[in-house]
Design a protein around this ligand. Structure first.
Ligand SMILES: Cc1ncc(COP(=O)(O)O)c(C=O)c1O
Length: 301
């Protein structure tokens, strides 16, 4: 158990840094992961993602990498890694003697399609370190996350955890365990999935009603989705600023909790988080966004 997902990523990183020659990270990516990787001396290879997840064909072939990925719902683009790419990734890890940290931060919330097998489930406990969190499902203030590590690293992981924090605050753990064992967690997730799915549906419907054939990506699961902006609209960073001035939080890929090693390269992608807004707030925000964008068009030279 760890202090949230961020601590799980730190634990895995510290465990593997002496086994690692270079760091690979999906790009764009989660800011928290980029901060950990940038704190190291090693070379960083940002690896692009597309609609099928990480571009496995662009991974370096040198031996000894540590790769960070979010296959079940890429953060922030929302793409879901295909099974073919997952298998490619595991093959790459074997062939290059590399390790993977799979950050499964929001897979409790899958609205469409069958459940996905995590990389860690396909790997058979060899090369994948699996990091999870209760921040999305129960609350970020709880600070409870976890990491599962291949058996050959168990002893080292225990030693490292002892060195870093001498264990984990215990009170919340049995409380959460009881919550899970007595079936409350399952019920809670089922209810939340319904609420968030309705909010996701409301956002998608509002975008479709308000704009002409919007391309919406990554809405099958998680708590956010992406609108790929059509030509003629301002760059996402600009829209973010204009919207914020009017009290609306929409984000470019290189801002908020996201980080882009090539800032501005994908400035046609606008991220919407919907889980904490009511349907009325979502509809109102999309209406206001329309006014802001109409205004910006009229104001354009
Ligand atoms: C992609 C991703 N990974 C990990 C985390 C870690 O969350 P926490 O440290 O709050 O558990 C977050 C939080 O927003 C996230 O977005």
């Amino acid at each position: 158990m760890t202090t949230g997902g961020q601590d799980a990523l730190n634990l895995v990183f510290n465990l593997l840094k002496s086994h690692t020659r270079q760091l690979c990270i999906e790009n764009p990516c989660y800011l928290g992961a980029s901060l950990i990787f940038k704190s190291a001396e090693s070379t960083i290879h940002p690896v692009p993602v597309d609609g099928e997840g990480l571009r496995t064909d662009l991974l370096p072939r040198e031996r000894g990498s540590l790769l960070y990925v979010t296959p079940s719902h890429q953060f922030p683009t929302g793409s879901i890694m295909t099974l073919t790419r997952r298998l490619d990734l595991l093959r790459w890890a074997e062939e290059t003697d590399s390790y993977i940290v799979e950050d499964d931060y929001d897979s409790d919330f899958r609205y469409d399609g069958p459940p996905l097998t995590a990389l860690a489930g396909l790997d058979g406990g060899r090369r994948v370190f699996y990091a999870g969190t209760f921040s999305k499902s129960v609350g970020a203030g709880l600070r409870l996350g976890f990491a599962t590590v291949p058996r050959m690293f168990w002893d080292e992981a225990r030693m490292l955890k002892a060195r870093m924090s001498n264990g984990q605050a215990w009170l919340e753990q049995p409380a959460l365990a009881t919550f899970i064992e007595e079936g409350h967690f399952d019920r809670h997730l089922r209810r939340l999935r319904q609420v968030y799915k309705a909010r996701r549906d409301c956002l998608v419907a509002a975008l479709r009603r308000t704009f002409d054939g919007p391309v919406i990506l990554g809405g099958e699961s998680g708590l956010h989705l992406v609108w790929r902006l059509p030509p003629g609209l301002p760059p996402a960073k600009r829209i973010q600023v204009m919207a914020r001035e009017r009290g609306i939080g929409v984000y470019a890929l290189s801002s908020g909790a996201a980080y882009d090693f090539a800032p501005g390269a994908r400035d046609d992608m606008l991220v919407f988080g919907y889980s904490s807004l009511t349907e009325a707030q979502i509809e109102d925000a999309v209406c206001r966004l329309r006014l802001i964008l109409d205004h910006s068009r009229r104001g354009a030279p």
